[in-house]
Ligand binder design. Structure first.
Ligand code: BGC
Length: 512
């Protein structure tokens, strides 16, 4: 008896260690699968039907160009005209929801509510109605990086008046679309908006007032998000009954050895908690560690007050608790270390000088030589656990996760990436994280910001040489479809990509 028990245990261990077991894991009941895009990255039609210029139109039209290969989003995937094909693809994939964003300058060309562009409103009505026709839930991001250029002329996210401007825009879109939209994401990724757009010159509007603009922006983004939340909560939720939340991006910051635990914690505080703590913590406000560091450095540098603006006690309360879900965008992990040479290494003042850490990634995290996103699934697990522990297990919705690579339909690296990341997501659920849904970035290849079209994230490949921007499913589309259909993760499933994806029925077999 005892011998048999040991034998069984040994077998289980053998299979686990050798990865030979064929385990099929199930997602919880009610877990939602979807995919995501964003307006500037896919819509094109940059100046059609009354749309005005956004900061990305402005930046991409500058001479000399600052985007790889001088690419622009002028036409991009042409979703403004091809949205029916986009919805057809989501149907082909059999997904529960589609996350897309609204172009502020398409709906409000002046940036303000004095002019509402009917053609822009009609476009989003058409898209939402087309989704609902096929029972696909629309998840709408109100702001995904494309500010009207008129508002940028007034300082954009560094001007505190943007709290009202964003509040007005949100109010209008709740009024226009809230009868049908039940999932609202207020703002996508404060770190990229604020650090890369204002504290550096990587993303539009390339303000590059380092160490100052990113912090002004951080406070304004947080209060603006809260404003939209309160408007929805008080005015619209009682009749519309949806959910509203923010999407915060985060890489996991792993200490490079035991000596760097404090450095990695500082990285987490600056890169993640700066935006998450004011909303999701019990006490609200910016984390005290970053307040202290920035105040001390500012003083040393001759400033008369901290470069990090303060929240008033009322603002702390106004922002705290304003997210129904924790929207998480996650792609990769980085190693963090600190040594003496960090002093003076970064521009002074700057957020990276304030954080005082070095960052790197390991080549062995590449899935293959051609892949771009470094796959570190254990980092995703650590991040999910960190969020659970820091904020008392909030309901998490993964609003972005995906793999950047190159062209080609046989995207085995992307398939591996999705499987590995979904597998640790299941581990995290088993370990108690409350994760409600998963969003693959992206439905199709699109304009990858300052990288133009050089990096591809799509489940569908887009042919940019073709005027009708032909979309063709990659192998990952077949695999993701099977995961969503069965609600199961099976590493050994090999799709038959010679069958058109649209011909695969609800049982996964070819329709006859
Ligand atoms: C952004 C997307 C972007 C993706 C891949 C996220 O940071 O929200 O717009 O395309 O990452 O880089």
């Amino acid at each position: 008896m005892c011998y048999k028990l040991w034998l069984a245990l040994a077998c289980i261990l053998f299979y686990r260690c050798n990865g030979n077991r064929h385990e099929v894991r199930k997602f919880p009941e009610g877990f939602l699968f979807g995919t995501s895009t964003a307006s500037y990255q896919t819509e094109g039609a940059w100046n059609e039907d009354g749309k005005s210029e956004s900061i990305w139109d402005h930046m991409s039209h500058q001479i000399p160009c600052s985007i790889k290969h001088c690419d622009t989003g002028d036409i991009s995937d042409d979703s403004y005209h091809l949205y029916k094909r986009d919805v057809e693809m989501i149907r082909e994939l059999g997904l529960d929801f589609y996350r897309f964003s609204l172009s502020w300058s398409r709906i409000l060309p002046t940036g303000f509510p004095d002019v509402i562009n009917e053609a822009g409103v009609q476009y989003y009505n058409n898209l939402i109605d087309e989704l609902l026709k096929y029972n696909i839930i629309p998840m709408v991001t109100i702001y995904h990086f494309d500010l009207p250029q008129t508002l940028q002329k007034l300082g954009g996210w560094s001007n505190p008046h943007i709290v009202d401007w964003f509040g007005d825009f949100s109010n209008i879109v709740f009024r226009l679309f809230g009868d049908r939209v039940k999932y609202w994401v207020t703002i996508n990724e404060p770190y990229y908006i604020c650090y890369e757009g204002y504290g550096a010159d990587i993303m539009a509007p390339q303000v590059n007032v380092t160490g100052i603009a990113e912090y002004l922006c951080a406070k304004n983004v947080l209060v603006a998000h809260a404003k939209a939340y309160h408007i929805y909560d008080e005015v619209f939720r009682p009749t519309q009954g949806g959910k509203i939340f923010i999407s915060i991006n985060a890489r996991w910051n792993e200490p490079d050895g035991d000596d760097n635990v404090e450095a990695a914690d500082d990285a987490n505080q600056f890169f993640i908690m700066q935006y998450a703590y004011p909303i999701f913590s019990k006490s609200g406000d910016f984390p005290s560690s970053i307040k202290k560091i920035i105040a001390a450095k500012s003083k040393e540098q001759g400033f008369l007050r901290s470069r990090l603006p303060e929240f008033t006690p009322d603002e702390i309360e106004y922002v705290r608790g304003t997210s129904d879900l924790y929207g998480l965008n996650h792609y990769s992990t980085q190693l963090i270390y600190r040594n003496e040479s960090v002093k003076g290494f970064y521009k002074i003042p700057s957020m990276y000088d304030d954080t005082g850490v070095f960052i790197y990634q390991l080549d062995k995290w590449l899935l293959s030589n051609s892949s771009i996103t470094k796959a570190v699934p254990w980092g995703f697990h650590k991040l999910l656990t960190f969020i659970k522990e820091q904020f008392g297990n909030p309901p998490i919705f993964v609003t972005e996760n995906g793999f950047g690579g190159s062209t080609g339909l046989e995207d085995n690296d992307r398939v591996t990436y999705y499987r590995l990341y979904l597998s640790v997501l299941l581990d995290a659920i088993e370990n108690g994280s409350d994760i409600r849904g998963y969003t693959a970035w992206s439905l199709m290849d699109n304009f990858e910001w300052n990288q133009g079209y050089s990096i591809r994230f799509g489940l569908y490949e887009v042919d940019y040489t073709c005027p009708n921007r032909t979309r063709t499913p990659r192998k990952s589309a077949y695999v993701y479809k099977e995961i969503a259909r069965t609600h199961k993760l099976d590493f050994e499933f090999e799709p038959n990509t010679s069958v058109p994806i649209s011909a695969l029925g609800e049982d996964g077999d070819e329709n006859h």
